[in-house]
Design a protein. Structure first.
Length: 282
């Protein structure tokens, strides 16, 4: 595989290995029945990898830590796992999914399973949700519980991450996982989330880039009233944000987290048309 990085034979900082049998059972039970090949993010020492291998699907497990990858391979070999399972030593953010799946004679579409490192949850979401090519059909992932709540939140408690994920996928929080399910225990609870990727974004927008320019602008000051947040976030003249919001039938005093994806899309379309009209009259 291209981009392979060598690592010392020690667990990477912050790696917490899932040991709770019931949690492992529930993850496997949540894997959709459609017999797609599976890409696992973070093999660890292969405990979940072994369970996934028992599903008898082509499986590629990606593990950055060389020592952990060695332990995962040893576990799989000891349990007589066949050749349709491969452990790759690589940074998942550099991974080409199609190339990885080819190592087990498989190809997209595929599903993704993983216990995501807390520090790189957002970059992993961006990689697998936003890429136009080689996106998974679904993602069954364990993440920090607080992040899981943000990802699956309803309007009223939405965040930039929540909008970003729900724009590309239907998100469901399946169950919580307590700290003592891991060795060593992390400082926070975890949760397992299912993301079912949409064939098309959740709402119609002029472009994904324009949509997130508006959303990021609003969430730059999430505690402020929307007219103030947008005025500062997208550099509008005094009163410009109020005019914009009222034209879209959105109360200017609302907070960014209360807007639905449809309302963010409405703001994006109005801004796109307004900018185009301004450019045409200049």
């Amino acid at each position: 595989m291209s981009g392979r990085r060598r690592r010392a034979r020690t667990p990477r900082l912050g790696q917490h290995l899932l040991r709770d049998e019931r949690a492992l059972d529930r993850i496997i039970e949540a894997v959709p029945g459609e017999p797609l090949p599976v890409l696992e993010v973070g093999a660890g020492d292969g405990v979940l990898t072994q369970r996934l291998a028992e599903l008898e699907r082509p499986l590629v497990s990606v593990e950055l830590d060389e020592g952990m990858a060695f332990r995962a391979r040893r576990r799989l070999a000891a349990n007589g796992v066949n050749r349709s399972v491969v452990v790759i030593e690589q940074d998942v953010l550099d991974l080409d999914p199609e190339e990885a799946l080819a190592s087990v004679a498989a190809r997209p579409p595929y599903g993704l399973v993983g216990n995501l490192p807390y520090a790189i949850t957002a970059p992993i979401f961006r990689k697998f949700l936003e890429e136009e090519r080689q996106r998974p059909r679904w993602m069954l992932v364990m993440i920090q519980h607080e992040v899981a709540q943000r990802v699956t939140a309803q309007p009223g408690k939405l965040s930039l991450m929540g909008v970003s994920v729900q724009f590309f996928a239907e998100a469901e929080l399946l169950f919580a996982v307590e700290r003592d399910a891991f060795d060593p225990p992390p400082q926070v609870r975890s949760a397992v989330v299912m993301l079912r990727l949409r064939d098309q974004p959740a709402v119609d927008v002029p472009s994904v880039e324009r949509f997130f320019e508006v959303v990021r602008g609003g969430f730059r000051s999430p505690r402020k009233q929307l007219h103030n947040a947008l005025a500062q976030g997208v550099w509008l003249p005094p009163g410009g944000a109020i005019e914009w919001l009222e034209a879209c039938e959105i109360e200017p005093s609302r907070r960014p987290g209360t807007l639905t994806l449809e309302e963010w899309a409405r703001l994006t379309w109005w801004r796109e048309r307004h900018v185009a009209e301004s450019a045409g009259s200049s």
